[in-house]
Design a protein around this ligand. Sequence first.
Ligand code: FEO
Ligand code: CA
Ligand code: CA
Length: 667
Amino acid sequence: MNQHLPPQNPFRTSQLEENTGPGQNSSDNPTMGELIAARFSRRGFLKGSLAVTAIAATVSPIALITADNARAATGSAFAFDEVEAGVDADHHVAAGYDADVLLRWGDPLFADAPAFDPLNQTAEAQARQFGYNNDYVGYIPLDGSNDHGLLVVNHEYTNPHLMFPGIVEIVEKDGKKAAEVAALSKEQVDIEMAAHGMTVVEIRKTDGKWQVVPDGKMNRRVTADTEMLVTGPAAGSDRLKTSADPSGTKALGTINNCAGGTTPWGTVVSGEENFHGYFLGELPADHAEAENYKRLGLPGGSYDWGNVHDRFDVSKEPNEPNRFGWMVEIDPMDPTSVPKKRTALGRFKHEGAESIVASDGRVVFYLGDDERFDYVYKFVTAGTYNAADRAANMDLLDEGTLYVAKFAEDGTLEWMPVVHGQGPLTAENGFASQADIVIETRRAGDLLGATKMDRPEDIQPNGANGKVYVMLTNNTKRKADAVDAANPRAENAFGHIIEIAEDGGNFAALTGKWEVLLKCGDPSVAEVGASFSTSTTANGWFGMPDNCAIDAAGRLWVSTDGNGPKETGRTDGLWAVDTEGEARATSKLFYRVPVGAELCGPVFTPDDQTAFVAVQHPGDEGENWEAFGRPSYFEDPSTRWPDFKPELPVRPSIVAITRQGGGKIGV
Ligand code: FEO
Ligand code: CA
Ligand code: CA
């Protein structure tokens, strides 16, 4: 039994993301989420779990489900036959589309990389293969092509109970099945570290089908051990110095890379999100970093890495956590380039960093800090984007201004500078310089009175309509006396989406307006208070918005994390959400994932003919596993997607969705 993990949930799962944050509520009162969950149980939504067992035994990898119950919303920007919501072992896409698995965990990325051998995996092999739990996906066209480009993928975290044979033991406890997970060996830890980070891989579409170019010159793996440079205000700070790097300017590796963004100059920025979980040990209570680490939940103790690598034990290397929690910029066009941790964008549990060029040429990055009651930020570069000279943009992320958002009750928005010397961000409050500000960005936001949000995830500017879309996953810890206009529901189990309009249509503006586009959840359950349009079908609503994409036509697509048989009677998926006119707040289900998975990284090629999506942690039932009657683990997973072969484990994978016979998606 891994004693570092919470006893009620021995499997490391995406539940790790649901940190309680500063608003932790230790009361035993049932939450709205629990009340709604009980209602779903009563309404028989758990029948989906029975289907899993049946389908897992006789599964067909081709299972397209069509539904003709999709009512056309007046003025909808989308046209496709909606998928039927539900829970089973396979993925499903709208009729007339193909959802082809392009890249699986363990796929070789280099001509000399070994084939995937799950019973004999090594760290060396993993470092040459596609990593685990794909999240962000960026598409970089090569020579402007829609059929030939680089995919840049984040590998957020690892699920050892689904990766490694022989580490889970099923025992009986109080008459119920329970799982115990063995501590990992050093080799297994090293495999985990090699399965983290990022992948750059060349892909090409031939005869309508995407394929990996196995000897692509730019193919690359970045892992938890890849050397990186620290740049910007925190570079060289004493607080980043360690025994391995007395300069405070280098970092080893990147971890928990969640969402990200592709910059106008074709680099990718990748967010280090729940980095606190990788650290073990204890810091003396009077240590200078004690308050900093407490605000971030450090050390989180969810991984075994600190048992075999001293730098992940804060009692041995107390400054190491300050080298994580940044946005990392990588140039996928140069496989020898050193990734850079861009500290000007602040240090917190970074979700994504989608960007847009403002009217004056400066570049604006929207940033979410994904924890309950944490903040929305944006970063505006000091310099302007130079479309004619790529090299001139390569250090734009080192100089600029970080802002944190205050969403006022009257629907206005203020972006407050997170700048040393301004307002309370002074030496009297413990900030000697901008380095201290960016290292403790959350505390700076606290002092500025930023609005405590319901878990800010992806934030997408939309150049087509001038708006910005903020995904807020959920926050069941918000009390009725702590709601505000921007976070209007107590015990917000299903999340919401905010739409921002920056003043003057200028993305770099310091003020704006905002409104709630959508309160998520089942609109047929009055207590939920969802606000989907009445044209939205029983398949079309969703909970827990996480990632999103704006396609070339300016339409919003939302992917989710946290739907399941217990929560919403459906798996996660990709929903098309209207934002304009009469159809506004209408949602339709386009694609759904196999049981246990969440959906990440939707991205469209510039011609809107391919959507790449990342199916993350399939087969991971997390705290839901009792709903399936048994734990899901390597030897007995709830699905063996995508291969459905008894000798292969369930594998997180990238899927390419295209229209049969070609053409734009969703029109
Ligand atoms: Fe890793 Fe906030 O999702
Ligand atoms: Ca996410
Ligand atoms: Ca997520």
